[in-house]
Design a protein around this ligand. Structure first.
Ligand code: TIU
Length: 221
């Protein structure tokens, strides 16, 4: 059985049951004028991982493996956006306000689309989620179960917010989780580093981490 040379130790790939999850690579977080920028962040940091995520997707697809995208967004009437989330932050624009890419963080708006470089293909799954974690009020768990997924490779943004929350949710549900170090990014480099460290600490309390090249090398074995 191929293994990924990961941290804190080798990650065994299953014969079946491996999926790639790409978290929130949407214009809201990666392009100017979206939710990420209205919160005061420099979105250009996040764009650096696009080629690496594209490469991972291509390798997974070439092996017939499942690819799942998530995107964070709310219903038009914001009924699924609690006041605690709506009123948080000191942004120039709030969730639901009209911005340069349509209403901020609202499903179906241009800003809510997955970035063109990673446009989902017809055989890929897209999960819309109202929270930071991708299991909260979504069909992700049923989707993984129906495909008999046991092992999940995580990529996307931002490392310490939606990626880490989702990875912890997956870990608690019994999935073997690995985060790809150079296919995830944060607006805060120190938070990304801390997240990688805390995931793999204590013998992999949340899971494993590895580089994209290490993941690809094992999958192509
Ligand atoms: N603000 C921030 O870092 N992240 C989010 O609000 N959502 C995701 O991480 N996708």
């Amino acid at each position: 059985m191929p293994v990924i040379t990961a941290q804190p130790n080798d990650y065994e790939l299953p014969n079946d049951g491996l999926a790639l999850v790409i978290i929130d690579m949407q214009r809201d977080f990666l392009e100017p004028g979206g939710f990420g920028e209205t919160l005061g962040n420099d979105v250009s940091r996040l764009q650096t991982i696009i080629p690496t995520v594209q490469k991972l997707r291509q390798v997974f697809k070439s092996k017939g493996l499942l690819v799942i995208h998530t995107k964070e967004g709310h219903r038009e009437d914001l009924a699924d956006c609690p006041p605690a989330k709506l009123n948080r932050g000191q942004g120039t624009l709030k969730i639901g306000d009209e911005g340069p890419m349509g209403r901020i963080l609202v499903l179906g708006e241009p800003g809510n689309e997955i970035i063109p470089e990673l446009q989902p293909e017809p055989d890929e799954v897209v999960i819309a989620k109202p929270g930071k974690g991708a299991f909260y009020r979504t069909g992700l768990e049923e989707e993984l179960r129906s495909h008999r997924i046991t092992n999940v490779i995580f990529t996307g943004v931002t490392t310490e917010v939606c990626v880490q929350t989702t990875m912890r949710e997956a870990n608690d549900r019994g999935y073997e989780c690995l985060l790809v170090e150079d296919a995830t990014e944060s607006y805060f480099p120190e938070f990304k580093q801390a997240t990688l460290d805390m995931i793999r600490a204590q013998g992999g309390i949340v899971g494993w981490t590895a580089t994209a090249q290490q993941v690809i090398a094992a999958i192509e074995t």
